[in-house]
Design a protein around this ligand. Structure first.
Ligand SMILES: [Zn+2]
Length: 254
């Protein structure tokens, strides 16, 4: 489980006065004593039109208290085929699940004054707040910890690993931190939150210097010649880092 003591001094995204995101490099951004690691699965990408179909939340308190909440939600509409392909969830799985009017108050109470943590947090917050609005519940503010933003700040030239998807996707971070043996990026809320907690911990360790730089540095800082991000390619002789800049073509054996 994540050690919340690590939070002291950890760089956390926050909004500056102009409304843009920035990373506070020092001090403690207002973080409550409780972190709520969360993930939602939805019927699509539009937070107004689409609906949440699954939520998993893991609450970790500074005093060591751990709680979790998980539910499926019946979206009262057929699931798009792509969503079944991504999540494995079907209409049959959701038909006996509670509807959002039953779930929303419980979710809101569970979060309480906790600080939400998610990968691409604004996506989850938009869906949660739309649900809270429809059910006359107090919305969450925009504050929270976004591991996607933190990863981009820490590793601006992060290498792309085989099977990792986009460079800062949870799946790519899973490969980067060598977590693929223990976790799956399954696009199911519980599995993704468990992976999120572990990725968060690795980001904390890295940010605070507790973890040595991943060798070679090009994995994080990009091509030593041109600075572009690298691809990790598996070849017969082992892993090779290939510069993504086609006119550069630097190759490094990892
Ligand atoms: Zn290059």
């Amino acid at each position: 489980m994540a050690d919340l003591a690590y939070l002291e001094g950890f760089p956390c995204p926050r909004r500056n006065e102009g409304g843009d995101r920035e990373v506070a490099q020092e001090g403690l951004v207002a973080i409550s004593d409780r972190l709520i690691f969360l993930d939602v699965e939805t019927t699509g990408l539009d937070h107004q039109r689409d609906r949440i179909i699954e939520i998993f939340m893991l609450s970790l308190s500074k005093d060591g208290e751990v709680a979790e909440y998980e539910t499926l939600i019946n979206p009262q509409r057929p699931l798009p085929k792509e969503i079944t392909e991504i999540t494995g969830l079907t209409d049959a799985d959701l038909k006996d699940a509670p509807v959002e009017a039953e779930v929303a108050p419980v979710v809101r109470e569970f979060i309480g004054l906790g600080t939400p943590v998610a990968h691409n947090l604004q996506f989850d917050l938009r869906f949660l707040n739309a649900m809270f609005r429809r059910n006359n519940l107090l919305e969450l503010g925009g504050a929270g910890i976004d591991t996607l933003t933190i990863s981009r700040e820490l590793f601006p030239r992060l290498a792309v690993y085989p099977g990792g998807g986009g460079s800062h996707r949870l799946s790519n971070l899973m490969y980067h931190f060598r977590l693929e043996g223990a976790y799956a990026n399954a696009h199911r809320a519980r599995e993704d939150v468990m992976l999120l907690v572990e990725v968060f911990r690795h980001l904390q360790d890295y940010a605070s210097g507790r973890r040595a730089l991943v060798y070679p540095e090009a994995l994080i800082y990009g091509c030593p010649t041109c600075g572009a991000a690298m691809h990790v390619v598996e070849e017969q002789q082992g892993k090779v880092l290939v510069c993504r800049n086609e006119s550069c073509q630097v190759r490094l054996v990892v």
